[in-house]
Write a protein that binds this ligand. Structure first.
Ligand SMILES: Cc1cc2nc3c(=O)[nH]c(=O)nc-3n(C[C@H](O)[C@H](O)[C@H](O)COP(=O)(O)O)c2cc1C
Length: 192
């Protein structure tokens, strides 16, 4: 599944988003970051509870080293050159004055929000790269995440750099990935 051969009617922004690992380490203005996170917050969610929280550190700030160290070594290797590292957290509970109940779609909704952040970032000339290569089990404590919340994933935001900043084995992988054909992901009718 290499290369992109999309129906031209698919919105170009969707096809233009891909996940590089070569970043230039430049600073992202706070006002750009605020727009990217606002876009995430415009995602739909069940009962509009907006179960997501985005924890972020900017490269070199007081939280950066702790944030980076919660990624597995492989991801640390390239993500350290990104500009911002974000952890996506979701609240598993629907909260009301009458008590709490489990929110079936907290992860689904947080996923929708991260994708909007990724698309907004691309529209502004930035790139993102999602990660679940996280030291799950340790990272929740290091990031102060409450027990009734779920650490879903991380992503970086930054400006793409030429791939030769990467080691050889990653240069080979530095390209937009393809996708399964629509016929493989859709069924008209039941699963069976
Ligand atoms: C939830 C999630 C977790 C991922 N985890 C990692 C990761 O830990 N390390 C990594 O290098 N890429 C990771 N990726 C990137 C995927 O491999 C990539 O999105 C996929 O191959 C599709 O490529 P594209 O984003 O360029 O279209 C992750 C992506 C997502 C959405």
């Amino acid at each position: 599944m290499t290369g992109r051969n999309a129906n031209p009617k698919v919105q170009p922004l969707i096809i233009e988003r891909w996940s590089p690992r070569a970043f230039d380490g430049s600073e992202i203005p706070q006002e750009d970051l605020d727009v990217i996170f606002e876009a995430a917050g415009w995602a739909p969610s069940a009962y509009n509870v907006q179960p997501w929280t985005f924890l972020y550190a900017k490269k070199g700030d007081a939280n950066w080293d702790v944030f980076l160290s919660q990624l597995v070594e492989f991801n640390q290797g390239w993500a350290r050159q990104a500009s911002v590292l974000v952890y996506v957290v979701s609240d598993s509970q629907m909260r009301s004055d009458k008590g709490n109940s489990d929110n079936h779609s907290h992860s689904f909704d947080a996923g929708a929000a991260w994708v909007l952040a990724a698309l907004q970032a691309r529209a502004m000339g930035y790139d993102t790269h999602g990660m679940t290569g996280i030291k799950f089990g340790e990272a929740e404590a290091a990031l102060g995440i409450p027990a009734d919340h779920r650490l879903e994933a991380a992503f970086v935001i930054g400006k793409r750099a030429p791939k030769d900043v990467l080691p050889d084995f990653l240069q080979e992988r530095e390209a937009p990935a393809g996708r399964k054909p629509v016929s493989e992901i859709v069924k008209a009718g039941t699963f069976a």
